[in-house]
Design a protein around this ligand. Structure first.
Ligand SMILES: Cc1cc2nc3c(=O)[nH]c(=O)nc-3n(C[C@H](O)[C@H](O)[C@H](O)COP(=O)(O)OP(=O)(O)OC[C@H]3O[C@@H](n4cnc5c(N)ncnc54)[C@H](O)[C@@H]3O)c2cc1C
Length: 337
């Protein structure tokens, strides 16, 4: 018997309010399940977050755009477009390197949050009990229930089922009761990435809004102000390092990294002006390099599962598909909860 609306809904805890955790939560909530989502970040979004500065500047410092290949995700994207939280990004994207600029052709539409990437996860979180700023530190199994605890030891409640929607390394401490799931997840590797955020009072005079970069510490640069719905008066850009460069520079100071990437950015766009705002962010677990090739991991006897982009790929679409799959596994398992 699948989980369905009734007098006593089973309770589900989800750790992680990125795309995977929220897709899972939204699917369960629509089936009448009581869901609580915990995230250590200040707002939902995870790697789809937006960094705001003084209500003036904003940078999509993680995910840049996403595409939809799977028909069910395509449907979901259409509903976000109707809700006004996603639109196509029509910026000019090129390839930079080997001394020339070439137009980067793409068969698929590039989508972005409207007006910024964080809008997508904020929309998904609407009506869901999402508790931000909560680092889940420990999970205990007592009397067939999952007990979640903060680092202070304070209880976050007890639940019938648990879904951990974080990168595998962050799931380690929460999955000690399910070693077989952990063993499978440990095979997944994730690369790190440095993002540099730059803002210029005067618009940068480049002929493109985004570039895939070759032979450079930066592998991608983009004018965030070119997204639909943005009314920035300042030109906001992000640059993202290649995984190899990020690994090579492990141990270097934040200031040195940010300065080096900012100089490289200015060289690439051909300007000598210094940015009026400059900051950096390191994504320790940025992109899965060896995905699992399974939609999610689930233990039917304990009602516990793992999901995330890393299960199926390294993109937003993979995260949504994985979160949705975890919810379906739980729904199919309803009788046991
Ligand atoms: C720099 C960068 C660029 C990218 N560019 C693109 C792109 O152009 N296109 C694309 O499709 N994808 C891109 N991606 C990948 C995309 O962002 C991810 O695939 C997707 O957002 C992953 O979602 P997720 O829910 O699986 O994980 P996450 O977004 O990582 O969510 C996991 C959440 O778990 C929380 N968490 C972890 N541990 C705990 C704990 N103990 N307690 C509470 N909360 C916890 C974290 O705070 C986080 O919010 C990019 C990623 C990065 C980093």
């Amino acid at each position: 018997m699948p989980i369905s609306a009734g007098k006593s809904f089973p309770t589900v805890a989800i750790v992680g309010a990125g795309m995977a955790g929220l897709a899972c939560a939204a699917q369960l909530r629509a089936a009448g399940v009581s869901v609580s989502v915990f995230d250590k970040g200040r707002r939902p979004g995870g790697r789809m977050s937006t960094r705001g500065v003084d209500d003036k500047l904003s940078f999509d410092h993680g995910c840049q755009f996403f595409s939809a290949n799977d028909p069910s995700f395509d449907q979901q994207v259409k509903s976000w477009i109707e809700a006004g939280v996603v639109s196509a990004w029509r910026g000019t994207v090129v390839e930079l390197g080997r001394g020339r600029i070439t137009q980067k052709a793409t068969a698929r539409t590039r989508y972005a949050g409207l007006p910024e990437m964080s809008a997508v996860c904020s929309h998904l979180a609407t009506g869901i009990d999402v508790r931000s700023g909560v680092d889940v530190n420990e999970v205990r199994r007592i009397d067939n229930k999952w007990h979640l605890l903060r680092d202070t030891g304070a209880s976050l409640g007890q639940f019938d089922a648990l879904i951990v929607a974080t990168p595998p390394a962050q799931a380690e401490k929460l999955m000690t009761h399910s070693p077989s799931l952990l063993v499978a997840a440990r095979g997944v590797r994730m690369s790190s990435c440095w993002t540099v955020m730059l803002a210029f009072e005067e618009r940068v005079g480049s002929s493109f809004d985004g570039a895939v970069v070759h032979n450079s510490p930066l592998s991608w640069i983009a004018r965030n102000s070119s997204r639909a719905g943005r009314i920035d008066t300042t030109d906001c850009w992000v640059g993202q390092s290649s995984a190899e460069w990020s690994t090579e520079r492990r141990g270097a100071s934040r200031d040195a990294i940010v300065a080096e990437l900012a100089d490289e950015f200015c060289k690439l766009v051909g300007i000598s002006a210094k940015p009026d705002y400059l900051a950096g962010h390191r994504w320790k677990y940025a992109i899965p390099t060896t995905p699992l090739d399974k939609d999610c991991l689930f233990d039917d006897t304990l009602n516990v599962g793992l999901c995330g982009d890393w299960c199926l790929g390294n993109r937003v679409e993979a995260a949504w598909l994985s979160g949705t799959a975890a919810a379906k596994r739980l729904q199919a398992q309803g009788a046991g909860i």
